[in-house]
Design a protein around this ligand. Structure first.
Ligand code: G6P
Length: 369
C-alpha cells in the first residue's frame, strides 16, 4: 500500500501531485507542437458530424459534470456550437428533446456510472451520435459510445477525483480546439498560440504544486469552520463548484460554489466575519468584476482567500490569504486554478482527521441508481 502511494500519505495527494504528468499523458499524441497540429483519433470519422452539429449535449455526474461545464465554455467560445450540460440522472428521466443532429458527449472517469450509461442509451435510441471521454479503458461507457477519447490519467484511487478532472478538461480543450479550427471559428494564429500555451500547462501545474506548504498553513486557520463559500466567474465558475465539491466530499464541511455575480441573489446573506470565501480571481476578462465581488464580501467582513494570478497587486490588500498561480490563457485557466483548491480541501480534511481516500458514504464509482 505504501509503495503504491509512492511515499505520499494518501492516494489523493499522490494523484494531485501526478497532475503535471497525467495532463501531459492526456495530450500525448494529440498535441504536436513541432508539427504544429492537433490530433484526436476518436473524432476523425465524426468530423462531419461535429461540423454540422446543431448542438452538443454533455452528460455526466459529479466532478465529471464540472469538467462538462468547463467544456461548455470551451466549445461555445472556440467552436461556436451551442452546448447544454446535463446531470445524467436528470436527463435520463426528463423526456429530453434529442435529434439525430445532436452530439452527446458523455464524460466519466470510471466509465461505469449507471446514470451516465442510461443517459447514453436514451440518446442513442433517439439517433444522436455519442462521444465518450473516459479514463478507464474498456469500461462500459467506453464500449457504449460511437467514438471517444481516453483521458489516459492512469488509475485514480482516491474517491475524490483530481487528476481525472484535469485530464478530462485537457482532452475537452483539445477537442474544442480541433472542432473550432475545422469550423473556422478558431483562427490559425489563435490555434497556434493556444497550442503553445497548452504545452506549457504541465510546468505551470508543477509550479502551482509548490504552493502546498503555504496552503497547509491556510488549512490550519480554517479547519474548524462549519461553512465555506467558493466564488468564480467565467471559466472559473466551474472551478468554484469543483473546489466546493472537493471540500464537502472529504472534509464534511458544508461548502457552496457559486458564480460570483449570483452571490447577491442569496449567499451574500450568509456572509459575516466567520464566513471564509474562496474567490478565484485570476486575470481574465471578468477580473474587474470579480474584484468588485471581493469588495462586496469584504464590506460584510467575510474572510477572503483569493486565488490570483502571479504578480497581482490589487487583490492582496483586500484578502486575508492570497494564493498566487502562474498566468495562462483564460480558456486554460481551470487546469491551473483548480490545483490549490484540491490541496486546500486535502489539507483541511487531513487536519480534521478524515479518511481522505475513502470518505464516508461515497463510492469511487456509482454503478447503481
Ligand atoms: C462518484 C465519485 C466522484 C465522481 C462521480 C462520477 O460520485 O465519487 O468522484 O466524480 O462518481 O463518476 P465518473 O466515474 O462517472 O466520472
Amino acid at each position: 500500500d505504501s509503495i503504491e502511494k509512492g511515499g505520499y500519505e494518501h492516494f489523493m495527494l499522490k494523484e494531485i501531485f501526478e497532475q503535471p504528468r497525467s495532463i501531459l499523458d492526456s495530450m500525448r499524441g494529440r498535441l504536436e507542437l513541432v508539427a504544429g497540429h492537433l490530433n484526436m483519433g476518436g473524432i476523425r470519422a465524426y468530423e462531419r458530424k461535429f461540423m454540422n452539429a446543431d448542438r452538443i449535449i454533455i452528460v455526466a455526474c459529479g466532478t465529471s459534470w464540472h469538467a462538462g461545464l468547463v467544456a461548455e465554455y470551451l466549445l461555445e467560445d472556440l467552436a461556436r456550437i451551442p452546448v447544454e450540460v446535463e446531470y445524467a440522472s436528470e436527463f435520463r428521466y426528463r423526456n429530453p428533446v434529442i435529434t439525430e443532429r445532436d452530439i452527446v458527449i458523455a464524460i466519466s472517469q470510471s466509465g461505469e456510472t449507471a446514470d451516465t450509461l442510461a443517459a447514453i442509451e436514451l440518446a442513442k435510441s433517439k439517433g444522436a451520435t455519442i462521444f465518450g471521454i473516459c479514463n478507464v479503458v474498456g469500461s462500459s461507457i467506453a464500449r457504449a459510445t460511437d467514438a471517444g477519447a481516453y483521458t489516459h490519467a492512469g488509475p485514480e484511487i482516491g474517491v475524490a477525483s483530481t487528476k481525472a478532472f484535469t485530464a478530462q478538461v485537457t482532452v475537452l480543450t483539445i477537442l474544442a480546439m480541433i472542432v473550432g479550427h475545422k469550423r473556422g471559428t478558431l483562427s490559425d494564429t489563435r490555434l497556434q498560440e493556444l497550442m503553445v500555451e497548452l504545452g506549457s500547462i504541465p510546468a505551470k501545474v508543477e509550479k502551482a504544486l509548490l504552493l502546498n506548504d503555504e496552503i497547509e498553513l491556510i488549512a490550519e486557520t480554517f479547519k474548524d469552520v462549519p461553512n465555506f463559500l467558493y466564488l468564480g466567474r467565467g471559466y472559473n465558475f466551474p472551478v468554484a463548484l469543483e473546489g466546493a465539491l472537493k471540500l464537502k466530499e472529504i472534509s464534511y464541511i458544508h461548502a457552496e460554489g457559486y458564480p460570483a455575480a449570483e452571490m447577491k441573489h442569496g449567499p451574500i446573506a450568509l456572509i459575516d466575519e466567520n464566513m471564509p470565501v474562496v474567490v478565484i480571481a485570476t486575470k481574465d476578462s471578468s477580473y474587474e468584476k470579480v474584484v468588485s465581488n471581493i469588495q462586496e464580501v469584504k464590506a460584510r467582513k467575510g474572510r477572503i482567500i483569493a486565488v490570483v494570478t502571479e504578480g497581482d497587486t490589487v487583490i492582496p490588500p483586500m484578502a486575508e490569504f492570497v494564493i498566487e498561480v502562474p498566468a495562462t490563457s483564460e480558456v486554460l485557466v481551470p487546469l491551473v486554478s483548480v490545483v490549490p483548491l484540491q490541496l486546500l480541501s486535502y489539507h483541511i480534511a487531513v487536519l480534521r482527521g478524515c479518511n481522505v481516500d475513502q470518505p464516508r458514504n461515497l463510492a469511487k464509482s456509482v454503478t447503481v441508481e
